[in-house]
Design a protein around this ligand. Structure first.
Ligand code: B12
Length: 309
């Protein structure tokens, strides 16, 4: 089924009403960046994220996920753009509030139930919840370009953006693949203290502070983490685009939780399972589990012995 332009315009308004910033689509096809992804895996740049290797065929071709898939519809939603503190430590902006996987998936499912289901469309929704190359499809749809840091950057909204996607058998109006606007700028590569950003616009997770503080289990390598307790935004903080264009999120759930800035180092380092669960209920931070969280604090204190609450 081919969607009329007028209906697509109505959808644009509907997704904004649900807290998304922009929506665009690309024809479903085999991704052209298969070689980049295979090399990334061959070089073990996915570190211990073994789940990434599973369903690789599906990840590279959305038509293997939804029968008769015609379109990949991609959406952006803004997250908190200013620095965030967790006690004396730095917290990645995306983790300032509630977990985007839950909030945005609910919002997108609601949109699909209202607008796609009545058309009898076959579809699947993703918010970092399955094998979809979200940055690649956002670039193909024209929402922005994949910068040197690997982040999807929009000329209108910068890069403090979550991505979400719908694979569907509907044909919708398509955007054009976005061109690159990094030019000769290498600010992100130069600023990354662990040299995690490769020349292929990908990230070596084994060196990325974000991976190490969130996904990695076990002892941390001897790398300079600055003061990042969970996630890292250095490659975006030095990028001219988010500095100039980032705006506050539509959804209040992504605003920083007020208690975070007030916590002391002693409180954070002394957290038990109950306290951890209470502070980080419905937050992305729960992903480290208490053990990973405390390990990160010990690591930062060893590196910055003068750190005071
Ligand atoms: C695995 C993962 C990570 C890993 C690995 C990071 C990485 N860059 O791959 C770790 C844990 C380190 C991580 C960190 C972060 N992540 Co992350 N992550 C993912 C995840 C699940 C998969 C990414 C992936 O496919 N990686 C494999 C590599 C090879 O793919 P890629 O990075 O997309 O690179 C593409 C380009 O290089 C492109 N490409 C390169 N050259 C060329 C040439 C041509 C011609 C073309 C067409 C394409 C092309 O092809 C590649 C494959 O498509 C996605 C969600 C998803 N399902 O997509 C979120 C996602 C990418 N992460 C996200 C976020 C917010 C982050 C952090 C900012 C969080 C933080 N503050 O700590 C950091 C940023 C680190 C960074 N600079 O990338 C957002 C990004 C939003 C945005 N604006 O880009 C996503 C989309 C989640 C979401 N739904 O919002 N992440």
């Amino acid at each position: 089924m081919i969607l009329a332009d007028a209906t697509w315009q109505k959808w644009q308004a509907a997704i904004r009403a649900r807290g998304f910033r922009a929506m665009a689509a690309a024809p479903a096809a085999r991704a052209q960046c298969g070689e980049t992804v295979r090399q990334w895996l061959a070089q073990s740049h996915h570190a211990d994220m073994a789940w990434f290797e599973r369903n690789l065929d599906k990840r590279l071709d959305p038509r293997l996920v939804v029968e008769g898939a015609q379109s990949v519809i991609m959406l952006t939603a803004a997250y908190w753009p200013k620095p965030v503190q967790l006690g004396p430590f730095k917290l990645a902006r995306y983790a300032a509030g509630s977990d985007y996987h839950e909030i945005l998936k609910d919002a997108l499912m609601g949109f699909c139930t209202e607008h796609l289901q009545p058309l009898g469309a076959n579809y699947r929704v993703y918010v970092d919840t399955g094998p979809l190359l979200e940055r690649y499809w956002a670039q193909q749809a024209g929402l922005g370009w994949i910068g040197r840091s690997g982040n999807l950057i929009s000329r209108k909204d910068g890069s403090y953006l979550f991505l979400a996607g719908i694979i569907t058998d509907l044909k919708v109006p398509y955007g054009e693949p976005h061109r690159d606007f990094c030019g000769t700028c290498r600010a992100c590569i130069d600023a990354c203290p662990t040299e995690a950003i490769t020349e292929q616009r990908t990230v070596d997770s084994k060196r990325c502070i974000s991976y190490l503080t969130i996904e990695h289990r076990g002892p941390l390598p001897n790398l300079p983490f600055d003061n990042w307790l969970f996630g890292c935004d250095i490659c975006q903080e030095v990028c001219p685009w988010p500095q100039k264009f980032a705006t506050e999120p539509e959804r209040s759930e992504f605003e920083p939780r007020p208690v975070y800035a007030q916590l002391t180092e002693e409180q954070l380092a002394g957290a038990d399972a109950i306290q951890f669960a209470e502070w980080f209920r419905r937050s992305p931070i729960k992903r480290t589990k208490l053990a990973g969280f405390l390990r990160n604090i010990v690591h930062l204190k060893q590196k910055n012995p003068k750190l005071k609450a």
